[in-house]
Design a protein around this ligand. Structure first.
Ligand code: FES
Length: 45
């Protein structure tokens, strides 16, 4: 996995979730904050 500048992002898990709400403290990964903010993507899952 790489970021927008091509730098490698170290992933130590078999499954990862990327943040779509923009509020995660662990970007680019989801940390569950979307639940507290009740984020809903307009485009769906
Ligand atoms: S989608 Fe952003 S914290 Fe989960």
């Amino acid at each position: 996995m790489t970021d927008q500048d091509g730098r490698e992002i170290s992933v130590h898990q078999r499954t990862v979730a990327l943040c779509r709400c923009g509020r995660s403290a662990r970007k680019p990964f989801c940390d569950g904050t979307h639940k507290a903010t009740r984020f809903r993507a307009t485009s769906g899952a």
